[in-house]
Design a protein around this ligand. Structure first.
Ligand code: AMP
Ligand code: ZN
Length: 494
């Protein structure tokens, strides 16, 4: 079965296939870098990461481009307030975005920055003016004439037939209910950052950035364009209008929009006190893998209500998968194969693929892997699992993790980096006891723990109980839980 995806343009689930051979060309609207990214942003970025991972797993080559909006009204305002240049102001948040993305398991797309494509944007405006679809105002700004693009509104399904010809909007913060000619290019206001270009001095509008950079990187017509649901109108509508009126071709074939994240049942907002950056959660002591797991646990078009209970449950789920993997890879099992376990592994692969092919039903894919873990665990308990079952079951776990990316236990190292960052920013007060404990527990690396366990076992076999007890106490003190099972000693972190 090929992948089926919901396409906002057709309002239907459609079969997804790239237009050019085996290569998927896709674009996602990236962050506006005036602050640290919040968990709503990361719900969207993780959903698109999951899509591109699944496309690769399905055998496609993926060319995935994301922009960084490193100039807009807010950035200019904040930079001016801080008394630094736009570049200086954004450098810190671009770096933070890269670090946060890596922390949350996002494979880095091809990143393009608005400020590095200004001349191309000016040329694009000049071409639109040549086609009489854009016009210059007395102050040197340029606007897109939406009356000149009759299918304006086709993505958001808004009817603009009664719109006011020539009414304009010159801010990025658009009035959502009325259509206006929108700014492509803004003339500089005194003291504002601007660029000298072929169409005069000024700076690009946000919508223009995405049209120019996506087509430059992916061609005039590409396969998929993604973003959060708030971008449907006006941002994506305007991208379509600009691009298609210039090229006469379908700009993007599929439009992929991620439902807005709610936090504790409400829209996230600073005034409600339910606004969290990724770093806020890590400072509270939550693991990046728990956050990623939670953000992927609800299919991207369904409402996901982020709660701290949910986050704690996500941590338990990830731990369960990691413990199972450890049990499977380090246990001693009888020789041979069990047909039931062999088919369990292959059925799980099929169920995961079918779930993700179904408009990325991540919840079903997770359910499939947990069903496998449950049945394989009971087979281990009853001695039914054989050495020959290890590889296919581990294979299914790996396949799951190619897309979900939560199994490798590098949480503590990432959390340590956040702890150091908080110190360097003078934000010690926000470092929770949970984060400190987590980082300290890792003073002992996995290799050191395993070395100590081996020593402990050797001492016990030699009936040197004083030594084995001391080693056990040391490990427990470092937050290691040790269990004696018939497969040998198993351990995990608290
Ligand atoms: P911004 O940095 O505001 O331009 O947003 C970057 C991306 O995050 C865009 O695709 C937005 O649609 C998306 N986004 C912003 N807030 C949320 C939210 N609460 N839930 C899901 N996606 C969001
Ligand atoms: Zn965009």
């Amino acid at each position: 079965m090929p992948l089926r995806l919901y396409n906002t343009m057709s309002s239907q689930i459609e079969e997804f296939r790239p237009s050019r051979d085996n290569e998927v060309r896709m674009y996602a609207c990236g962050p506006t870098v005036y602050d640290y990214g919040h968990i709503g942003n990361f719900r969207t970025f993780i959903a698109v990461d999951l899509l591109q991972r699944f496309l690769r797993q399905s055998g496609y080559e993926v060319r995935y481009v994301m922009n960084i909006t490193d100039v807009d009204d807010k950035i200019i305002r904040n930079a001016a307030q801080a008394g630094v240049s736009v570049q200086q102001y954004t450098a810190k948040y671009i770096q933070a975005f890269l670090e946060d993305s890596a922390m949350i398991g996002i494979q880095q797309p091809i990143l393009v920055r608005a400020t590095e494509h200004i001349p191309e944007m000016a040329d694009f405006v000049a071409k639109l003016v040549g086609k009489k679809i854009a016009y210059r105002t007395d102050d040197g700004s340029y606007y897109f004439r939406i009356a000149g693009f009759p299918s304006y509104g086709k993505l958001s399904k808004r009817d603009f037939s009664g719109m006011l010809d020539g009414a304009r909007v010159d801010v990025d913060e658009y009035d959502k209910d009325s259509a206006r000619d929108f700014a492509l290019w803004k003339s500089p206001k005194p003291g504002e950052a601007s660029w000298e270009t072929s169409i005069g001095s000024g700076r690009p509008g946000w919508h223009l950035e995405c049209s120019v950079m996506s087509m430059e990187e992916l061609g005039e017509s590409f396969d998929l364009h993604a973003g959060g649901e708030d971008l449907v109108f006006p941002h994506h509508e305007n991208e379509i209008a600009q691009s298609e009126s210039l090229t006469g071709q379908t700009f993007a074939r599929f439009w992929f929009h991620v439902r807005f994240l709610l936090v504790e049942g409400e829209k996230m907002s600073k005034s409600l006190g339910n606004f969290y950056t990724l770093r806020d959660l890590v400072l509270k002591g939550y693991k990046p893998s728990s956050i990623r797991y939670l953000l992927t646990s609800v299919p991207y078009r369904n409402q996901l209500n982020f709660t701290f209970d949910g986050l704690r449950q996500a941590a338990v789920s990830v731990e369960r998968l990691r413990n199972f993997r450890q049990r499977l890879s380090s246990g001693n099992f009888p020789a041979g194969l069990t047909p039931e376990m062999q088919s369990l592994a292959s059925e799980t692969l099929e169920r995961m693929k079918a779930a993700l092919d179904d408009d990325l039903n991540t919840a079903q894919a997770q359910a499939a892997i947990f069903e496998m873990v449950r049945r394989a665990n009971s087979a281990i308990d009853s001695g039914q699992l054989k050495t020959g079952d290890r590889a296919p079951l581990l294979g299914a776990l790996d396949r799951f993790d190619e897309v979900f990316a939560v199994l490798n236990d590098d949480d503590t190292a990432k959390m340590k980096a956040i702890l150091h960052w908080a110190r360097s920013e003078g934000r010690e007060k926000e470092i929770s006891a949970e984060l400190r404990d987590q980082v300290q527990a890792d003073q002992t690396s996995n290799a050191a723990i395993e070395g100590k366990i081996a020593e402990m076992e050797a001492a016990r076999k030699a009936r040197n109980f004083a030594v084995s007890d001391a080693l056990r106490a040391e490990l427990v003190g470092a937050g290691v839980i040790i269990e004696n099972t018939k497969d040998g000693v198993r351990w995990r972190r608290k």
